[in-house]
Design a protein around this ligand. Structure first.
Ligand code: DOR
Ligand code: ZN
Length: 346
């Protein structure tokens, strides 16, 4: 049996949601990650340090006994974010970034940014205070084809932004295209990207051929295989600018299996095992630890975890559903299996 001992990973992009959902989402990620960057797109969003601290307490209440999982909080950038809110965030040891959602780009993004240039003074403050900007990189122009929205965002927003603020640390979240990989590789050392397990494992054929698979619908939407292959190459390249961020997002079965199904894939239950499948298929298991456990903390300027986790190449069966409050959610690989198992965290 192949087994692999890794420094405990972190998840640099996750949705935990709130209230009853936390009793599913928090234990799931805490089984394989030491920390997670927690997205602020609640309703209402996490706008201030005070909101983030309250939310942090609600999350901590669901960390299993004896587990030292730490949520790393973020604020939601809006048209009304001020420079004072940035300096407050910089002064808090619990807030690690501010998240930009273009208004209307994805789930719970209605309060997002409508005119990025108008926020340049706030971005300037983020650069000065060294607060990372986390970006959902898609344009929202209704005329732009959904498969081209990431590329269009790079050209229209990211290139100008990173030119204007060369020292601002930017995490281009859940990248999905070869264009994004190339942008990150060519950008300065202050630009990095997270990559999800589902964008590495699947492409738009998996989503659409033979019928729509609502549980594989996420945003940015899965792209064609050549983009999936570019992502696989990037994460296994050893470049420190790519790191693990699941974008695991719990939604109820009814919200997903609907005439207007919402975006988000749930992977927190088995994320590390899913990434291990990818690295194994690519013959790059020796690079998994750096991607999962080193590049993220190095970029965020946090210490690497000191404990470890063991993965074994033993298939695990995935239940057909999980409880989500009084509802159910359908996880990735529901009723199927994943080729690896987290054997032991120490
Ligand atoms: O698929 C997604 N779901 N993409 C996002 O950007 C947001 C997320 C969510 O909040 O459910
Ligand atoms: Zn997300």
């Amino acid at each position: 049996m192949t087994s692999l001992n890794l420094t405990l990973p972190d998840d640099w992009h996750i949705h935990l949601r709130d209230e009853a959902a936390l009793s599913t989402t928090v234990p799931d990620v805490a089984r394989w990650a030491g920390r997670a960057i927690v997205m602020p797109n609640l309703t209402p969003p996490v706008l201030s340090v005070a909101d983030a601290l309250n939310y942090r307490e609600r999350i901590l209440a669901h960390v299993p006994e004896g587990n030292s999982f730490e949520p790393l909080m973020t604020l939601y950038l809006t048209d009304h974010t001020t420079q004072t809110m940035v300096s407050d965030a910089a002064a808090s040891p619990f807030v690690h970034g501010i998240k930009l959602y273009p208004a209307g780009a994805t789930t719970n993004s209605d309060a997002g940014v409508t005119a990025l240039e108008a926020l340049y003074p706030v971005l300037e403050a983020m650069q000065n205070h060294d607060v990372p900007l986390l970006i959902h990189g898609e344009v929202t122009d209704p005329r732009c084809d959904i498969f081209d929205r990431e590329k269009a965002f790079i050209d229209s927003a990211l290139v100008p932004l990173t030119t204007q603020f060369p020292a601002l640390r930017v995490v281009f979240e859940h990248i999905t295209t070869r264009d994004a990989v190339q942008f990150v590789e060519a950008a300065g050392e202050h630009v990095a990207a997270t990559v999800t397990a589902h964008h590495l494992l699947y492409n738009r054929n998996d989503l659409l051929v033979g019928g729509v698979k609502p549980h594989l619908f996420c945003l940015p939407v899965l792209k064609r295989d050549q983009h999936q292959l570019a992502l696989r190459k990037a994460v296994t390249s050893g470049s420190p600018r790519f790191f693990l961020g699941t974008d695991s997002a719990p939604h109820t079965r009814d919200d997903k299996e609907s005439s207007c199904g919402c975006a988000g894939c749930y992977t927190a239950h088995a994320a590390l095992a899913l990434y291990a499948e990818v690295f194994d298929e690519e013959g790059a298991l020796d690079r998994l630890e750096a991607f999962a456990s080193f590049h993220g903390p190095d970029f965020y300027r946090l210490p690497r975890n000191t404990t470890s986790v063991t993965l074994s190449k033993t298939p695990q069966a995935i239940p057909s559903e999980f409880q989500l409050g009084t509802d159910v959610l359908i996880p990735i690989r529901a009723g199927e299996s994943v080729g690896w198992t987290v054997a032991l965290a120490s």
